[in-house]
Design a protein around this ligand. Structure first.
Ligand code: RIB
Length: 302
């Protein structure tokens, strides 16, 4: 079982010919509301991939809670640890341009009130891995990491949105997943000097996580895996909407590792799932299931 601790949002997504500049108003071409939030997206991706997944997260007591949960419920994610707290459900304003690029602002709402003691010792004992992100209170992540370590869980963090990570967090991680901006923020926060991406992955690994994965969008991904450097190309797709592609990658990567796959094999599955997710609109609504991922892999396009 994979345990995800993190955020749930309702995404209000606007499509527009271009992303607005500061002070600019852009007339959009459409709008939709759909489930999102990095924690929820990663849990949904892992469950769709076929790994039993539990999400401990919070929604508010407003009208956004129900639509924000809809796809998690439909996919069968274990929500027995869901917290219903007084206040607003997390909400994200997402703008997607004609090239599929996006801009996102998140109002975290009750995500910031989520406490790590919502995770039971029993859940940690059952979990093979714990996957975290940075849309909840960072102090809760640190406390939960320590508990997960005591249970022998594989510990993974997607440092998104980018934050400075205390040495104690890096020291408690088995796997760190970052994009280019998040890599720079992680490295600067750890006092590391300028270096190549591979050099930074190696230097961060020396501070704790034996595995550090860098997602590079259309250029694929680079991974430092117990002293070896691995590289994978991106799936060749026409990107319609990249919202949540990194979440799909993280959820499937960790799910595949929990299944016992090698890092190279897990990377192939993660980049295939993320690539497929870019061909459809939305975050969870775009995520492929295991059959689609396997078909793309077998066709050689994965
Ligand atoms: O990573 C994409 C996600 O970021 C969106 O679903 C949005 O809710 C924000 O959390």
């Amino acid at each position: 079982m994979l345990l995800v601790f993190g955020s749930i949002n309702l995404d209000l997504a606007f499509s527009a010919p271009s992303l607005p500049l500061a002070g600019q108003t852009v007339l959009g071409t459409g709008m939709s509301a759909s489930p999102g939030g990095k924690g929820a997206n990663q849990a949904h991706a892992a469950q769709r991939y076929g790994l039993a997944t539990a999400l401990v997260a919070a929604v508010g007591d407003d009208d956004f809670a129900r639509p924000a949960l809809a796809r998690l419920v439909a996919a069968g994610v274990d929500l027995s640890g869901l917290q219903r707290l007084p206040g607003a459900t997390g909400c994200a304003a997402v703008v997607v341009d004609a090239c599929g690029q996006n801009q996102i602002v998140v109002a975290p709402g009750v995500n910031l009130a989520l406490r790590q003691d919502a995770v039971t010792e029993q859940q940690l004992a059952r979990a093979r891995a714990l996957l975290l992100q940075m849309e909840t209170d960072p102090a809760q992540n640190l406390a939960l990491l320590s508990r997960a370590r005591r249970h022998g869980c594989l510990t993974a963090l997607n440092n998104a949105p980018a934050a400075t990570l205390p040495a104690a967090v890096l020291g408690a991680l088995d796997l760190l997943i970052v994009n280019e901006g998040e890599l720079q923020r992680t490295a600067a926060g750890a006092g590391l000097g300028a270096d190549s991406p591979a050099g930074l992955l190696r230097a961060i690994a020396a501070l704790g996580p034996a595995r550090v994965v860098l997602t590079l969008g259309a250029a694929g991904a680079l991974a430092w895996d117990h002293g070896a450097l691995l590289q994978v190309e991106a799936l060749a797709v026409q990107a319609l909407d990249t919202t949540g592609a990194g979440d799909t990658f993280s959820g499937v990567l960790v799910a595949a590792l929990v299944e016992g796959r090698t890092m190279a094999d897990a990377l192939a599955r993660a980049r295939t799932a993320a690539g497929l997710a870019c061909t459809r609109p939305g975050a969870q609504s775009a995520q492929p299931d295991r059959a689609e991922i396997e078909t793309a892999l077998a066709a050689g396009s994965g």
